[in-house]
Design a protein around this ligand. Sequence first.
Ligand code: ATP
Ligand code: MG
Length: 183
Amino acid sequence: MTKINRISIHGFKSFAHKTDIPFSNQFNCILGPNGSGKSNVGDAICFVLGRLSAKSLRAEKAANLIFNGGKKKTPAPKASVEIAFCSKSKVFPVPEDEIIVNRTIAKNGNSIYRINGKKYTRTEVLDLLASAKVNPEGYNIILQGDITRFVDMSHLDRRKILEEISDVSAYEDKKHKANLELE
Ligand code: ATP
Ligand code: MG
């Protein structure tokens, strides 16, 4: 299993100041009153893992992910989220015992990704995360409303999700590509 050691959020959505959230070994739960930023923590996790669609992070556009100053404070110039994974048991194919992924987004919507302080492309970050079975669009992340969506969807759509989770669709994609080449 891939373990998160901590998350650090700075200038992202309602997190004006740098906020470190330590994660314990087992079950972690984020509690707080309505509107206190619980879902923003979930959005921050999806963001740092490389999720592209701003809408799926509950923002109109990428720039709206940056702390906007609220009513009285100064807006942040950029948003930065960091996630530290434990790699003591070598779930990631790198020598370090901890993998720190950082994503910083500027007002123009451009993102910079770093792994342990060094710049990488989004694809490189996604490849490294995939080696530990972490995926920003994966069904291991269940967001508010997802369950009702699963219940309401057609049998066919639900089957597609099962095929994706069980890795069948990856082979279907490869088969499709191979058939195209054969033709
Ligand atoms: P609920 O219990 O209702 O689900 P929650 O704890 O999940 O609430 P969030 O949705 O995480 O709350 O946070 C909502 C707050 O985040 C709102 O007050 C909203 O104004 C604030 N917020 C969202 N984007 C930004 C931003 N770019 N800058 C500043 N504040 C923001
Ligand atoms: Mg919420």
